[in-house]
Every structure is written in C-alpha cells, then in structure tokens.
Design a protein around this ligand. Structure first.
Ligand code: SAM
Ligand code: SF4
Length: 447
C-alpha cells in the first residue's frame, strides 16, 4: 500500500516539474512516506528525522515532509520539531504537490490530515483520492512488468491491536469501472501482473443500482483485459463472505494466481477474541481446507502476532499447532507492538516480557521454516513459470566474472526463484528448472 502511495506521489511531483534524486545531499525536498503499524517503523522515521535535523543546520532551506500513516497519527505534534515542514496524511496526498510548492516558496507550516478519520474520510477527499489514483495509478511501475492497483481504501475491522482504521479511515471500495480502466491502461504500458490491494480485499463490495460487484466479479472483469497475464490480490481476511466465489474464479481463470495471503494472526481462540478477529482457529483451518479442495495447488501464506497481552504458553502452543496444520508456504511473524489509541493499548497491559516474545518468535519461525523447507523441496526437478523481477542482490558477483547475472522472480504461487540469466528478462515470463531449495527460496536454471 505504501509502495503504491510512493509511486503515486512521485508521478504527481514529476508531472509538476520536480526531479527525483536518491541522494539527500542533492535534494531540495525530502519526503518520508511512513508506516505506523509497529512502533519500530515509527522509530526508524524519527531517527531519519534526527539525521535531517542535523543536515538542516547547515542547509536551512531544505524542506522536509512526513507523509502517510504517521503523519495522520501524529499531525501537529510532528511540526513541533523545527525539522518538519510538511505533514500530509494518506487522504491528503492529492494536495501534496501544492504543499511542497508552498513550503518552498512561503515556508509556511500546517498539517494536512483528516480531523475525524474514525467516522469517515470526507466526501471531497474520497473524490480527490479517486481522481489522483486514476490519473497517476498508471505510473506505478517500480518492478518491471508489475503494478499495484488499489481495490479498497481503509478498514472497518478494528482488530484491537491495529492502527490502520485510525490512520487510513473507514473502508471504501473503488468503482469497478475505474479499476478495470486503470488495469487496461497498465496493460497498454506493458504491465503483465496486477496485484489488487485492500486491507480486507476479499470484502470488496461495490453497489451499482441493483447489482453488487464482489472481488470475484472484479477478478473476472480484470481477467478479460488483454495483455494482463497474472492477477493477485492481498490481503484476505478469514471470512465466509464471497469466499467460495473468489475460489471459483481462481480455479477457473488461468490468470488468477493460485495464491492466498490470509493471516490467522494467532491460534488461541481466547487471543483471537481479544484481538476482535471474528473466527476461531478451528473454523479458520476449515476455511483453508475448503480453499485447498477448490484449488488443489493453492499456495497459502499468513501472518502471526505473538506476545499479545495475556498470551500464555498454552495460547502460544495453540499458535504452533495452527501453524503446523495450516502448512503455509511462508508466514510473517510479528511481536505484538502496542499502538497508541488502539483498544488493546487502551485496555490491556503489554504483559508478555520482551525475552518471552523473542523466544516464541524464534520457536514459531523454526516450525514455519521446517514446513516451508518441505514444501520448497517438492519443487526439486520441476519446471516452473516465473515472472522475472530483475537483478538479485548478488547479481554483481556473476557480472564481474563475465557471466550472466543472477536474477530473481516469482512463481504464480509467490515462491521466490533465483537463477542466472540475461537482465533483459526483467518484466518477462520464463521457465526455470528447480535444482536446489532453501525454506523460502528456490534455485534453478533457465530451460
Ligand atoms: N489487513 C491485513 C490483515 O488483517 O491481515 C493486514 C494489515 S497489517 C498492516 C499487516 C500485519 O501487521 C498484520 O497482518 C499483523 O500481523 C501485523 N500487525 C498489525 N498491527 C500490529 C501490532 N500492533 N503489532 C504487531 N504486529 C501488527
Ligand atoms: Fe488492521 Fe484488522 Fe483491518 Fe487488517 S483487518 S488492517 S489487521 S484492523
């Protein structure tokens, strides 16, 4: 979501005549797009700001902006420090070019954020965002051949630990015709894979007089766009609504990747209730069974939060059991991070000590690694279709030795594949025979 926002903002600023530089030394304006999901992400921003404060001592004309979720969460407070000139929340991004121009010319500070974000993002903001998205959404091509397209903004779920509904506002599904038109334009620009984004993307729902568009309908319409070969969607929330329809489209359409990212977050029913997730671990596992029955080769990924307030060893064991049964291809494991303003932070003490969180994290990761290792070994000797992203981090080594560089790509099931090949393959599909594997990466040769 943040990568997409960065791409939209970059495109808007470029159109207004600004040039992009990677170096702070060269920059007249530094914008930091921020995440508030965990405290660690915010601390990194604060440390960047500390660095910029230092630079500003010798270059007082440098304009510094904090944009995105942290800007919405902290608003005015970010301006108290003289370092920051611009504070712009996610709903105000269409105004950013104007804010930057003003800051450069007038040196005026005022935060652009939504006052009552829990109620609803103001109608005029929604329209401005829709326009912004439609105009600049075709410029987001950070990975060759791939693009993100927002299907929904915001979230209504209010999981007790989560800051998203407080910084991104209430759930809004974008009009399907705008989304499909955007995908058509992206295809025209050579995009082959589109990832539809939403915090609960499977809850996508758009009412057109007497018909309702679901994510299944959207995927169906997007599949008809010529040039688009792979479609993905993240993140799914474990819910009955539209679940079977979405799986049916996945099973029927060769373009919809057989991949589902549907986090359980925890395996203890007591903790799931305290998190305001509306399901039990048993029901969640049944949902995975249904997905595997409908789409036999489906790759499923998840997220876990460990160390939520009140989590006992027994609760944690339930999470380990869930991971063993879920058999995810991979799972992101996060230590609970109290977020100011959320229900969990208001009502519950962060009782699980840091070292216990660390121990549980390591233990769960080891369980997941064993499962991922088994699943990745099943690819040995097989040929897989890969959409090539570009050079791998180690590409330089081969290039220096005069060989083809190391490339990285992904399969339809989101497995990372590393192999040697010409850089010109970036953004294109190729076939790779898998000869080696590690828990989270497949290695092979071009066939
Ligand atoms: N909407 C998605 C969902 O519900 O699955 C995920 C959104 S959240 C931005 C991404 C992940 O961050 C979540 O799946 C959760 O595991 C993690 N997360 C969110 N809030 C957290 C917190 N307070 N502490 C630790 N991890 C958190
Ligand atoms: Fe946060 Fe829950 Fe919404 Fe996901 S579904 S964004 S975890 S409130």
């Amino acid at each position: 979501m943040n990568k997409l926002d960065t791409a939209l903002v970059t495109a808007a600023l470029k159109e207004a005549g600004f040039g992009l530089t990677e170096s702070v030394k060269e920059a007249d304006v530094v914008l930091i797009n921020t995440c508030s999901v965990r405290e660690h992400a915010e601390q990194r921003v604060l440390s960047h700001l500390g660095h910029l404060k230092h630079i500003k001592k010798s270059r007082p004309d440098l304009v510094v902006g904090v944009i995105g979720c942290m800007a919405q969460r902290l608003g005015d407070r970010l301006l108290e420090d003289n370092t920051v000139d611009i504070v712009c929340g996610p709903a105000q991004l269409p105004e950013l070019t104007q804010l930057v121009t003003k800051a450069l010319q007038e040196r005026k500070k005022s935060p652009a954020v939504t006052e009552k974000i829990r109620q609803r993002t103001a109608e005029e903001h929604s329209q401005a965002l829709e326009e912004f998205e439609s105009v600049y959404g075709i410029e987001n091509r950070q990975i060759p051949g791939q693009a993100f397209v927002r299907a929904m903004r915001g979230c209504n779920n209010f999981c007790t630990y989560c800051v998203v509904p407080y910084v991104r506002g209430r759930e809004v599904s974008r009009p399907p015709e705008a989304i499909v038109e955007q995908i058509r334009k992206l295809a025209h620009h050579g995009i082959k894979q589109v990832t539809l984004l939403g915090q609960r993307v499977n809850a996508y729902k758009y009412k057109h007089s007497d018909t309702v568009w679901s994510l299944a309908d959207l995927l169906g319409a997007a599949s008809d766009v010529e040039g688009i070969e792979w479609l993905r969607f993240v993140t799914s929330y474990p819910s009955e609504e539209f679940f079977d329809e979405i799986l049916q489209v996945m099973a029927a359409s060769p373009k919809v990747c057989n991949y589902l990212h549907m986090p359980a977050q925890n395996g203890s029913d007591k903790i799931l209730r305290a998190m305001n997730r509306h399901y039990s671990s048993g029901w969640y596992l049944e949902l995975l069974d249904r997905a595997r029955a409908a789409v036999p080769d489906i790759a499923i990924a998840g997220d876990f939060i460990i160390g939520f307030p009140g989590e006992t060893d027994e609760d944690f064991e339930a999470t380990v059991q869930l991971a063993k049964h879920a058999r995810y291809k991979n799972a992101f494991i996060f230590k609970y991070s109290p977020r100011p303003g959320t229900t969990a932070d208001n009502r519950l003490q962060d009782t699980v000590p840091a070292e216990v969180k660390q121990r549980r994290n390591t233990e769960l990761l080891a369980v997941q690694e064993e499962i991922s290792d088994e699943l990745s070994r099943a690819f040995l000797g097989k040929e897989v279709k890969v959409l090539v992203e570009g050079l791998s981090k180690k590409s330089q080594v081969n290039m220096e030795a005069g060989r083809n560089p190391q490339l990285v790509g992904r399969t339809a099931g989101d497995w990372i594949v590393v192999f040697n090949g010409p850089e010109s393959l970036a953004g294109r599909f190729t076939e790779v025979r898998i000869s080696n594997s590690s828990p989270f990466t497949l290695f092979g040769e071009l066939t």
